[in-house]
Design a protein around this ligand. Structure first.
Ligand SMILES: [Zn+2]
Length: 55
């Protein structure tokens, strides 16, 4: 079931981290590919930059 409002898509955590480069929240979460599972990778669709977010 998809909801049109992305702000509702919270599963207990804020997966939409703001981009540290442009401040956009048009980001998506990437799957971690390294041993550091405590941090999450995000990808900004606005400026097309990957960034890390803790938590
Ligand atoms: Zn950005």
């Amino acid at each position: 079931m998809r909801r049109p409002d992305p702000s509702v898509e919270t599963t207990g955590q804020d997966e939409r981290a703001a981009c540290p480069y442009c401040g956009s929240t048009e980001t998506r979460r990437e799957h971690p590919k390294g041993p550091s599972l405590c941090r999450s990778m995000h990808y900004c669709d606005a400026c097309e930059q990957p960034f890390e977010a803790f938590g």
